[in-house]
Design a protein around this ligand. Structure first.
Ligand SMILES: CC(C)(COP(=O)(O)OP(=O)(O)OC[C@H]1O[C@@H](n2cnc3c(N)ncnc32)[C@H](O)[C@@H]1OP(=O)(O)O)[C@@H](O)C(=O)NCCC(=O)NCCS
Length: 167
């Protein structure tokens, strides 16, 4: 870890000057993608999600918070509103990433606290998110923060070669 003292890191709302640093974290979001998916396509999609989240925050439909050490972006979280099928409106965390050199210093927790504060401020009662079943780090992280599984998405490949890998 570059700087174990997280007091040197500020968590604040996204500013336009953060954009390159935020987009540089996109490959982190492709980690833990299922082995039968295209990892490069996932990284490209992650850039699009982050760009969309920044636009959504700009239009005040959601929010993006960054963790910055000096001028360097070392973490990002995006949150917006999503309708659950029961009709509830939830807060939905679309992206959360901490730079590899800054992990395990509490930044993920601080970024999620910022997203949850935003959700409370919007009068929302639940925060939901999705992560890869293979993303063991993220699953441990979210469990440590009190997140529980609400739904499970299943995949069955129709490609014989992939089916062998899945079984
Ligand atoms: C998941 C991620 C955001 C965690 O960020 P972080 O800043 O390292 O998390 P924190 O330091 O706030 O950790 C909070 C708690 O989560 C748990 N945790 C975090 N990383 C863990 C790991 N690798 N193994 C086990 N528990 C872990 C611990 O309980 C930790 O508390 P502790 O350090 O006091 O034991 C970061 O690893 C990351 O960016 N991963 C790649 C992107 C990703 O997977 N994003 C989420 C899914 S979209």
């Amino acid at each position: 870890m570059e700087d174990p003292d997280q007091a040197h890191v500020r968590v604040r709302p996204f500013r336009e000057e953060d954009r390159p640093g935020v987009l540089a974290l996109a490959p982190r979001l492709a980690e833990g993608v299922a082995s039968w998916r295209d990892a490069e396509a996932a990284a490209r999609a992650a850039e699009r999600w982050l760009t969309g989240s920044v636009a959504s925050a700009g239009e005040r439909r959601g929010a993006v918070f960054v963790a910055v050490r000096g001028t360097r972006v070392v973490g990002v979280v995006s949150v917006d509103r999503q309708r659950h099928f029961t009709g509830d409106e939830d807060a939905y965390v679309g992206e959360l990433a901490v730079a590899p050199e800054a992990v395990r210093a509490g930044l993920g927790r601080r970024l999620m606290a910022a997203a949850e504060d935003w959700a409370r401020g919007q009068g929302l009662r639940h925060v939901t998110l999705e992560t890869g079943a293979d993303n063991a780090t993220a699953r441990r992280f979210y469990a440590a923060l009190g997140y529980t599984e609400e739904g499970v998405r299943l995949t069955r490949s129709l490609d014989r070669a992939v089916q062998t890998r899945l079984s």
